[in-house]
Write a protein that binds this ligand. Structure first.
Ligand SMILES: C[S@@+](CC[C@H](N)C(=O)[O-])C[C@H]1O[C@@H](n2cnc3c(N)ncnc32)[C@H](O)[C@@H]1O
Length: 298
């Protein structure tokens, strides 16, 4: 399932992508936004795409090679890493700060079918790492952390009302056997949830999976780190666009932009977040929770 870029026109406009500039896509994935940005930057532009998931970068490299007409787009460099490390990446590559930065947070549709345990709909090893060379897997987290630590993760990162019950059930089950797959975890959540929980609206495992994914990839910590380093990544007059998909991320972006504005680091361009039109949501239901916030560095 190819990933459909969210709020593409709005991102292009707000980042003011014009020929000859230097733009970084810190979450390039399949290049849904990135390749269109690179095209608009033209042959004199520079485009850097960063992603934590090396498998996605390999796929993107072959996509670019297949349809390459390099004379019509910017010089493209793909880098495996975290957008939180962008200051170091720029320094190592001896690159100047960029004119624009895009972060389209979270996971991509391709990762849902990557076999890495992001989806509760398929039975897969419980991994959930974007970067499979780093950190603990989700299985290690559920098998190793204490009941309280697990309950806190489900509560804080998933807003899960049943956080304690799920954590308790995990401890009961893991005394008998290791929890290794997505379906092991789905079974535990179902057992912990009362009948009719969520009333069929969303799968009862949705919040627990979201919470584990955020924890395993330190998503909020990475976001805060990048936001605190914007001056080292983007030139004065350059722009930053961030698309978030849940309130935890959006709150961090909103508050950080506000504080940075007070400190004279940037000017917020979006007083209210830009959200997808009804037409976009109809075509791409995944876009419904997207919020785009943008700022200009001073
Ligand atoms: C929503 S997708 C981006 C989709 C892309 N804009 C497109 O339209 O094709 C998010 C991507 O961010 C990557 N990602 C998540 N956290 C990251 C981080 N800290 N650094 C770099 N990439 C990250 C994920 O691996 C995933 O590929």
């Amino acid at each position: 399932m190819p990933h459909v870029p969210v709020l593409l026109d709005e991102v292009l406009e707000i980042l003011a992508v014009v020929p000859g500039k230097f733009v970084i896509d810190g979450t390039v994935d399949g290049g849904g936004h990135g390749l269109e940005i690179a095209r608009r930057l033209g042959p004199k532009g520079v485009f850097i795409g960063v992603d934590k998931d090396s498998e996605l970068l390999t796929k993107l490299k072959s996509r670019i090679a297949e349809r390459d007409s390099s004379h019509s787009h910017a010089k493209i460099t793909l880098i495996h890493g975290s957008y939180a490390e962008l200051p170091e990446i720029l320094e190592n590559k001896k690159l100047r700060r960029a004119d624009g930065l895009l972060l389209d947070l979270g996971f991509s549709s391709e990762q849902l079918v990557s076999g890495k345990g992001f989806s509760f709909q398929n039975n897969e090893p419980l991994d959930m790492r974007y970067d499979t060379s780093a950190n603990l897997t989700a299985a290690e987290v559920v098998n190793q952390l204490s009941e309280k630590e697990l309950a806190d993760i489900f509560y804080h990162y998933g807003d899960e009302r049943l956080s304690r019950r799920v954590a308790k059930e995990i401890i009961v089950v893991r005394k008998r056997k290791h929890i290794l797959t997505t379906f092991d975890l789905v079974g535990i959540v179902k057992k912990a949830a009362p009948r009719g929980y969520e009333r069929g609206r969303i799968n009862p495992a949705t919040r627990v999976f979201q919470a584990l994914r955020i924890y395993v990839n330190d998503e909020l910590g990475e976001l805060e780190k990048a936001l605190n380093n914007l001056k080292k990544i983007v030139v004065p007059g350059g722009r930053v666009a961030i698309i978030s998909f849940h309130s935890l991320e959006d709150r961090i972006v909103k508050n950080n932009f506000r504080e940075a504005e007070r400190a004279g680091i940037l000017k917020v361009i979006t007083r209210k977040p830009i959200v997808p039109s009804d037409g976009e949501i109809a075509q791409n239901p995944r876009s419904r929770s997207a919020k785009l916030r943008a700022a200009e560095l001073i």
